[in-house]
Design a binder for this molecule. Sequence first.
Ligand code: B3K
Ligand code: ZN
Length: 893
Amino acid sequence: PKEIFLKDYKLPDYYFDTVDLNFSLGEEKTIVASKITVYPRVEGSSFPLVLDGEDLKLLSITVDGKELKEGDYCLDSRHLTLPLPPSGTFTLEIVNEIYPQKNTSLEGLYMSSMCFCTQCEAQGFRKITFYQDRPDIMAKYTCRIEADKSSYPVLLSNGNLKEKGHLEGDRHYALWEDPFKKPCYLFALVAGPLESRDDIFVTRSARKVSLRIWTPAQDVPKTAHAMYSLKEAMKWDEDVFGLEYDLDLFNIVAVPDFNMGAMENKSLNIFNSGCVLASPETATDGDYAAILGVIGHEYFHNWTGNRVTCRDWFQLSLKEGLTVFRDQEFSSDMGSRTVKRIADVSSLRNYQFPEDGGPMAHPVRPHSYIKMDNFYTGKILSSLALNVPVYEKGAEVVRMYKTLLGSQGFRKGMDLYFKRHDGQAVTCEDFFAAMRDANNADFANFLIWYSQAGTPVVKVTSSYNAEAHTYSLKFSQEVPPTPGQPVKEPMFIPVAVGLLDSSGKDMPLSSVYHDGKLQSVEISNHPVYTTVVQVTKKEEEFVFADIFEQPTPSLLRGYSAPIRLESNLSDSDLFFLLAHDSDEFNRWEAGQELARKLMLSMVADFQQGKPLALNPNFVHGLKCILSDASLDKEFIAKAITLPSESEIMDMMEVADPDAVHSVRKFIRKELASQLKAEFLNMVLANRSSEEYVFNHPNMARRALKNVALAYLASLEDPETTELAVHEYKTATNMTEQFAALAALAQHPGKSRDDVLADFYSKWQHDYLVVNKWFALQASSDIPSNVENVRNLMKHPAFDLRNPNKVYCVIGAFCYSPVNFHAKDGSGYKFLGEMVVQLDKLNPQVASGLVSSFSRWRRYDENRQNLAKAQLEMIMSTNGLSENVFEIASKSLA
Ligand code: B3K
Ligand code: ZN
């Protein structure tokens, strides 16, 4: 397999102006005819024209109307080369065959249930026809689709419908035209027996846009929330970024078989049905929130990704980091900003930090790849797979621009970015330059965020000078080495700081000394309570003036940079911040920091065979949060949730899944028993009295109730078990029903078996709910779960060809540290077998799973040997895909 490098990027020798595609659809065989106007980048130059093409059967190739004979071109398994194309502009016509029914990779053109559909990003278009499959080739497309009328009544592609009509033999056709230039990865086609929910959005310049969400007829009622989300997203992008939709039609199609969450094809977004379909009875608040976020995300790509796209795939974060940032902001504005921030930061800690510290660490903009797809499949979360560095750390980088420039400065930068680059394929530097130039900003070494991998560790120490009334914060930063980058440069780290007085109030900040210079912080005599200091060197000091008592610092407010912060705050400082910080995110963070310290020290006790005891101050701290009526309920739910097992394991020298699991379980049970009255009260006080509504207050209420119920169920006593069964039986929405089921499912026994059986019999007709049932069992911590998981795979509802089911059963299993990392190696063996089987069907899904092995060196020697043996077994498999090869070989390196 060949590694591709960013530094080798070359402008294409040829561009394409117009592309006319013609599909004659058949399940077994589809004929694709393309007609492309080609012109050389440099007039008069003569280079070979190299087209990508995989799994295609070439039928004919014509240049300017003249059919080429065999010796006129070269064809291998990946390329079609024309050694001597005509000079100047010419017309290239190619006819080829493809086999959608046989395409289990779910990229290119494939079948999902009764539909044809496509997935072209990153390099799937080459599985449809021969093309220069790279994003800097932007052309205007038409697409004519021909298919059986009764089996495929709906025919969709990008842009506007120009023509449709009947053809002989129960066939029909549709002709679509997309007026915007696009790279081929945004091409899409869908054909099938679909029906739509229709609506209209009136843009701010009073244009009417038809909105259609397509699904099989029986699912149309479940698209109301997706339509709501789409309209809200369209409005939000106008309000916040001044960005208006640019066509008269916007289509969304939901299909059950999809490798990822969704795809932003121009005006024809294709979605994993798990990211579209919802009803109060079948979807949880989490699903509703995810749908809002993903619908927003794909819609926002219309500007950040489609109108301005990436020059090459190394620039993926240009569109993904920015669009994730935009969807995070959208969700924050639609719900609770703090809670959304907490969720995003938890995700970074659970996935990004571990990856950044392992063999797969790579920068936001990678330097090389073997298979581009691997930059999308870092974590598998229900049905959504996202690459964390490119997507989520990329979003953090975009967030830092906003932190540094403020909302208005950031908006100016965005405006300039679109003004300069609309219709272009550009790079991360272009985005950086727009932000800088629009604000005359000095960003020093900010660009290093794109090229340097690893999570910076920032240490901060503080001291107060009571005579001078100054307060000093000394920062030092270190970026740990990562593969290929042994030595690191200091990074540009914006640290948002507030100082609390002894009553817990924010102190006004007037001025800061930095490098011996005094800088005013106040803005025109308005007191400022949070200021952003810019740490750009290995060591740096900031001294706050006019501080009249010893403060407690609130550092990195709102998590202003994606770093690990190590401070000299004492436990009592942290309890103080937990109780008083005006920055709600940092209140949560103080509680988490306390919990991390506590858990790590108890893990050490556990490993030394000492009895476990829970610090009463911690119980008291949580009790205060629980009883603080001024706090948002969803915030309370987050604040009383302990850091995950993987977060704690990531902080250990040698990760010990059994110890971490036992300790976390112990603390949960102890909290439940000491705060039982409070938790019971929370369940009773927060039951639903009305119909399901998707809004923040209602979701917050349900979140708090569900967390409390899970704590209570951990007691495994008859009273709380009965309560959970009661909540399960009386629930009127999936959020509460599933939470009660999940609370019971953690503990082996009759109640567990009964509710699981009941749930399946209730919901067996709904595959998305059945997926939840699968995931709950597969991710369970009950002992020796691997056997249950093997049995689940024999269940009639399981299908190895459907990515969602693979994620819900095999993927979910890997998220139970105790079972995946079982000492006897049974979990590793299971995953090894599955990767090999899946790789033959769907390499993207297989490589997503193999990454669960990549951190094998973090465990004890016995586990290391067992995991390594599986990686070696995978590597020795014949016919391994490049996708799996890349992850497995890098993991072993
Ligand atoms: N851009 C798509 C990702 C497709 C990846 C395919 N391997 C989804 C998104 O980020 O919006
Ligand atoms: Zn995206």
